[in-house]
Ligand binder design. Structure first.
Ligand code: PLP
Length: 316
């Protein structure tokens, strides 16, 4: 039985008691915004940037979560604080914010206390996510282009981190049919790279770092971190339109997201990227990221991978 605590609509409740109604707009429409932050050394990484993005998403969705940014930050830190003692001191965490419009108005009679947005914050030990991911840091990943396209900004702006994610799931299913461990990179309607189903993409060509223009993509906090680190390291960065052609011609390719930070691609569309190993620009950025957060998160993931079976059998 989990000892974890969840922030749920203004209260702290045991994780097992946090329940969303079947009448919630999130279930009806995927009508909600969310965020995923992680900790390094048990301190949230760029929490403020994640929360600012959450509030921008909510503005687009026209949902008032009833908390200010400062209040959201305070309850997030409080939720984390309550959960830290449930694991050993070397455990890092993912912190998930989920905000939906709440139960649909036509069902309001089922809610005598009134209908409000559903706001939850949960913390989950990173051992499951990162223990399962660890091998990818060594093997690299295989990026493929699925038939499914990205939803462009003029339809639903992907800058708002929302859970209308059926197109990502379709892309995942298509990539899985293309082979094991295939990571789908969605194209926008003009045939340019958009993003993966939970990550942003970077190429390196002749020492220059290239990434899609910030148009039809989620503006990843990790993407911004890579750009910042590259600037500090004197690596030139350019946001530009990229297509399959540039992908096949790249010296290096890697992807970024909050949980794993960055991981290199060994193949793109079935062809080897560079010499199939992490390239020099990627290696510089990985080293800089580890220094920036003060922990070797690759070694940590390996350690989690070893401990994962015991952790899972203890906690089930
Ligand atoms: C569609 C999509 N793109 C990119 C990212 C990476 O964003 P971040 O670096 O903020 O985790 C995510 C993260 O979940 C995502 O869902």
């Amino acid at each position: 039985m989990s000892k974890r605590t969840v922030y749920f609509n203004g209260q702290f409740v045991p994780e097992s008691e946090a329940r969303v109604s079947i009448f919630d707009s999130a279930l009806m429409y995927g009508d909600m915004a969310f965020e995923m932050t992680r900790t390094y050394n048990r301190r949230p990484f760029k929490l403020r940037a994640h929360l600012e993005r959450l509030f921008r998403s909510l503005r687009l969705l026209e949902i008032d979560c009833g908390l200010t940014l400062d209040e959201m930050e305070r309850v997030t830190l409080d939720t984390l604080e309550r959960n830290l003692p449930t694991e050993s001191a070397d455990m890092d965490w993912q912190i998930m914010h989920d905000v939906s419009r709440g139960p649909l108005g036509i069902y309001r009679t089922a809610f005598p206390e009134g209908v409000q947005p559903t706001v939850s914050i949960n913390c989950w030990p990173l051992i499951t996510h990162m223990g399962g991911f660890a091998a990818n840091y060594q093997s690299g990943i295989h990026v493929v282009i699925p038939a499914q396209q990205a939803v462009p900004a003029h339809l639903i702006d992907p800058k708002a981190k929302n859970r209308s994610r059926l197109h990502y799931q379709m892309a995942n299913l298509q990539a899985a049919r293309m082979g094991e461990k295939r990571w789908p990179l969605l194209l926008d309607p003009d045939g340019f790279f958009a993003e993966g189903t939970g990550w942003n993409i970077f190429l390196v060509k002749n020492g220059e770092l290239l990434t899609p223009e910030p148009r039809n993509i989620l503006l990843g906090v990790s993407r911004a971190t890579v750009i910042e680190l590259a600037c500090q390291l004197g690596i030139p960065v350019r946001e530009t339109n990229l297509s399959r052609y540039e992908g096949l011609d790249a010296d290096e390719m890697f992807v970024t997201a909050t949980t794993f930070a960055l991981v290199h691609a060994t193949t793109f569309e079935g062809q080897q990227v560079g010499d199939g190993r992490p390239g020099p620009v990627f290696n510089q950025l990985l080293k800089a990221w580890k220094e920036h957060v003060g922990i070797d998160f690759v070694a940590q993931a390996d350690n989690y991978a070893m401990r994962l079976p015991a952790w899972e059998s203890q906690t089930t």
